[in-house]
Design a protein around this ligand. Sequence first.
Ligand SMILES: [Mn+2]
Length: 327
Amino acid sequence: MNELEKVLHLIRESKRVLITSHQNPDGDALGSMLGLGLGLEKIGKDVVFYSKDGIPEILEFLPHSDKIVNSIKEIEGPFDIAFAVDCTDTNRAGIEFEEYAKSENCKNVVIVDHHETTSSDADLHLLDQNASSTGIIIYRILNLLDIKLDKSISENIYTTIVTDTGSFNYSNTSSDTFRVAAKLVDSGADPSQISQALYENEPLRKLELFKLVMPTLDITEDKNIASISVDKDMFQQTGTTREDTEGMVNIPRSIKGIEVAILFRQEEGDGDLDWKVSLRSKGSVNVAKIAEGFGGGGHTRAAGCSLEGSIMDVKAKVISAIKEGLR
Ligand SMILES: [Mn+2]
């Protein structure tokens, strides 16, 4: 049996299933969790959905997102399978899940992911770097289990594709992406409704934050690297959180001639020196490699990492690594 057959077998034999995804969940994380779980419920599985950071406001429209719990403490095992979807490793879902997965509460831990890097010691790995979103892998699993996709499942999986391909714009968009999307529209996903929910539904505070962030736009002398930064003061002034920085890296990315765009975001904790760095490549630079150099990871054209230091130092380090990559 290959990994896929093993996972299908495990699912068929299972009764109770736990599904989680990475912290700070995005559309692919939550859409994949819900798509998989709602499908498994249709074939009689008892499913628990867990997301450490809950659901960002902008994704609350996802069908049955109210089933997701944000604490694992009260949940009693054992689970036949614990899935971590859109995760390179169980620790990406948070320390609570990482420990839970190692305990007797979880008989089998399965990673389902489309990232380039994986460092996981889970029991099984379903990895496909060519899948535009993790949701596409979920779609294939449900098909192989002969689970009929209803409107709710279709909308969840369709959202994974729209958010991870930037509405079918990024280089990870293939003919297969459109084929799966077409099937999902056939089974009930409404593209315009989902687009509106995702992109025409911003809280005003997010735009107030944009106003403060725009003056930080910085472009290197060679005019091929652009960055913006968001600090805690800006969050405080506008009543925003890291959730509201979603998509912000697209501002530097949109500029003509830019090869790598960066968003520096100060973490909300006590320390003033913790920065989360999001990297986007429009050209040949593999930003996953750069992020890995700082202990992070991701895809060739979209990756992230965390660094400690003053914004000046962090910025200098990251930009010099990118310049190296551009050589
Ligand atoms: Mn993804």
